[in-house]
Write a protein that binds this ligand. Structure first.
Ligand code: COA
Length: 374
């Protein structure tokens, strides 16, 4: 759908209510259930944020401990799912792997009635990282990893499975912070897709599989991978400055910049940028971070466009040694919390989502028998 200028992409149109999140709201900014994103990024663990989104309140210590144990107990993959993951080709995109994995899980562990929807959400949260890394390690390294690690954090679990060793505290904490920042973002394209699917009274696996399909595209979650590819094209800040000028002249889209809702900055960017700098220093990087800053400066000077959450998330992941094609799948491992929370919110007050369209086709035509058609 292209739509008229007025309605194109539903920009600025309210499509429903939510208690879960504010995005760029005056006086509030980005909040999850009333908590400021900076407070959450500075003080919370991703597991606390997941609990907040899925249970509607911050956990106390006892609740958090029990929640972590529940997530850990749900990391295992059924043998049939492992077989499916092994059959998905090595050159598939891991976003397609996760979409298939979630869909298959919906066959072997169907949601049934919605009474256990929170358990379904927790199962997906726990085993998406396992699916992602199991497939990656099987095809990249020829090994069948044990996905039932003892790491308390989901970020530690991911990094541990990727490298067969426990991560440093800096890497674990940095990944966890990006998961917090990615967890929820109101009626973005993938979440809205999940709500549309949910509103037909379909199951959570279908909603999450559909959301993964929506997140995959480079205008949405796929932008973090596209941003990394862009940053890696340049060997110096000067080259990047010239290169971005040339791309803008050609009217190319610069991935990791701009946003449908934010107009002057993306609040998640300052946190990601700081982490990228810290990790660049740790890695002894003298190219990628300066290149990123050079791109950011040209985009602001020339177009007044700012880096969104995906831009510096790319180098945060890169400096930790995460392969680029896993960047958007890691986004999935986080955003599944927001998607599932929206599925539950939609179900609590459901109405089929079925907008109207402005008709722009031909006027009423007279039927012509096939023998008379030119
Ligand atoms: N690079 C270059 N120009 C950009 C741009 C970018 N990243 N983002 C927006 N623009 C330009 C558009 O070309 C358009 O210019 P025009 O008025 O001369 O045609 C203008 O800014 C408005 O952009 P528009 O595409 O109408 O905004 P939107 O609200 O529909 O799009 C995005 C928002 C996010 C899809 C868009 O900014 C984009 O494609 N960004 C790159 C992908 C990305 O980072 N996605 C992740 C989002 S979190």
């Amino acid at each position: 759908m292209t739509g008229s200028k007025k309605t194109g992409g539903l920009a600025g149109i309210s499509a429903g209510e939510t208690k879960l999140c504010t995005v760029g709201k005056e006086g509030a900014g980005l909040t999850y259930l009333g908590y400021d994103i900076y407070d959450l990024a500075d003080n919370a663990t991703f597991e606390e944020v997941a609990y907040l989104l899925l249970q509607g309140k911050l956990p106390n210590q006892q609740e958090l401990d029990a929640y972590i144990e529940k997530i850990k107990a749900n990391r295992g993959l059924p043998d049939a799912l492992k077989t499916v993951l092994e059959m998905v080709p090595a050159d598939a995109h891991p976003m397609d792997v996760l979409r298939t994995g979630v869909s298959f899980l919906g066959n072997i562990e169907p949601e049934g009635d919605f009474a256990n929807q929170a358990d379904t959400a927790d199962r997906l949260l726990a085993c998406l990282p396992s699916m992602m890394v199991y497939w990656h390690r099987f095809h990249a390294d020829g090994v069948r990893i044990d996905t039932e690690t003892d790491d308390d954090s989901i970020s530690g679990h991911i990094l541990h499975m990727l490298k067969d060793e426990a991560p440093s505290e800096l890497h674990q904490k940095s990944l966890s912070t990006t998961l917090i920042l990615y967890a929820e973002h109101e009626f973005n394209a993938s979440t809205f897709a999940a709500r549309v699917i949910t509103a037909t009274l379909s199951d959570m696996h279908s909603a999450v599989a559909g959301a993964i399909g929506a997140l995959r595209g480079p205008l949405h979650g796929g932008a973090n991978e596209a941003a990394m590819e862009l940053i890696q094209k340049f060997k110096s800040a000067a080259e990047a400055t010239a290169g971005i000028h040339a791309m803008l002249k050609r009217k190319d889209l610069i991935m990791g910049f701009g946003h449908r809702v934010y107009t002057t900055s993306d609040p998640r960017n300052s946190v990601n940028k700081q982490m990228s700098k810290t990790l660049a220093d740790e890695a002894g990087d003298t190219v990628l971070y300066p290149v990123s800053e050079a791109i950011e400066k040209v985009m602001w000077d020339e177009k007044k466009l700012f880096a969104n959450a995906d831009f510096y998330a790319a180098t945060v992941y890169h400096f930790m040694g995460i392969p680029t094609y896993l960047f958007t799948p890691i986004f999935v491992c986080s955003r599944v919390t927001g998607w599932a929370a929206h599925v539950m919110e939609q179900r609590a007050n459901n109405k089929l989502i079925r907008p109207a369209a402005e008709y722009t086709g031909p006027s009423l035509q007279e039927w012509v028998p096939i023998s008379d058609r030119t």
